[in-house]
Ligand binder design. Structure first.
Ligand code: C5P
Length: 223
C-alpha cells in the first residue's frame, strides 16, 4: 500500500471527485480538510469514500473532552483511516477522541502548527523553541494512547527515534527539483520515508499537475 495521501485542498466536490477518481490505484489515499468539510459535510466525505480510497480526515479537532468525544463518535460512520485532533487539547481530550474512534481509525495529533514560530508561541504563553513543544506534545499524545502525530520532515527522524511505533504523518513533501510553493521546509518523499514517515501528505505536486496520475506515478517510482 502506497504511503502517499493526496491533499485534495478544494471546497468543490466535483473537482475532488474527479481527482480522486483519476488517482485510484496510484496513491494510498486522499486527505480531506476543513475547507472540503465546511463546504460538503459528512455527505461529501461519504461520496468520495465510495471511490474506495482510504480517507485522511484532517479536521484538527480541539475542544473539551466531552465535545470532542461526541464529534468523533458522530464522524465514526465515515470510517476515516486517519483523523486529526490538536494535542494542545490535553490528555483527557485526546483519550476521549481515541475512545470514541472506530477500531480502524487512527487518531493522530497535530503538535505545533508549522505556521507558528517561536514568537507566535510565546504570545500564547509557550516559551522555548517550537521543537521542544513538539516533543512535549508528542509525549502527551503517546501517553494518551493516540496512534501518532503530524510532524514536518525536519522533525520526523527525531520523532521516529522517540516513538518507533508512532504513526508519523509528514506534510511539506516535494519531489526532487519540484516547485516548493509556500512551503518553507520541505523534504523529498524518499528522505521522509528514510526518516521513519508512515504517511506522506502531498498536495499541489500531484493535485495541481497537468496530469495528476502521471505525477503520482513519477513520485511513486522514487520510493
Ligand atoms: O500542496 P501541499 O503539498 O503543500 O499540501 C500539503 C497539505 O498538507 C495541505 O493540505 C496543508 O494544509 C497540509 N499541511 C501542511 N503542513 C502542516 C500540516 C498540514 O502543509 N504542518
Amino acid at each position: 500500500m502506497s504511503p502517499i495521501f493526496v491533499a485534495l485542498d478544494t471546497p468543490d466536490l466535483a473537482t475532488a471527485t474527479r481527482l480522486a477518481g483519476s488517482l485510484r490505484g496510484l496513491v494510498g489515499g486522499i486527505k480531506l480538510g476543513l475547507e472540503f468539510f465546511a463546504a460538503n459535510g459528512p455527505d461529501g466525505v461519504m461520496q468520495l469514500s465510495v471511490l474506495g480510497l482510504p480517507v485522511f480526515l484532517d479536521l484538527k479537532l480541539h475542544d473539551i473532552p466531552n465535545t470532542v468525544g461526541k464529534a468523533v463518535a458522530a464522524l465514526a460512520p465515515l470510517t476515516p483511516a486517519v483523523l486529526t485532533v490538536h494535542a494542545a487539547g490535553g490528555h483527557a481530550m485526546l483519550a476521549a477522541a481515541k475512545a470514541a474512534a472506530p477500531a480502524g481509525t487512527k487518531i493522530v495529533a497535530v503538535t505545533v502548527l508549522t505556521s507558528l514560530d517561536a514568537d507566535d508561541l510565546l504570545a500564547t504563553g509557550v516559551g522555548g523553541a517550537p521543537a521542544e513543544q513538539v516533543e512535549r506534545l508528542a509525549r502527551l499524545a503517546r501517553s494518551a494512547g493516540l496512534d501518532g502525530i503530524v510532524c514536518s520532515g525536519a522533525e520526523v527522524a527525531a520523532a521516529h527515534a522517540a516513538w518507533p511505533q508512532g504513526y508519523l504523518v509528514v506534510p511539506g513533501v516535494r519531489p526532487e527539483g519540484g516547485d516548493i510553493g509556500d512551503q518553507k521546509r520541505v523534504i523529498t518523499p524518499r528522505a521522509a520515508l528514510d526518516g521513519g514517515a508512515s504517511m506522506l501528505v502531498i498536495g499541489r505536486p500531484i493535485a495541481a499537475a497537468a496530469d495528476p496520475a502521471e505525477a503520482a506515478r513519477g513520485i511513486a517510482a522514487t520510493l
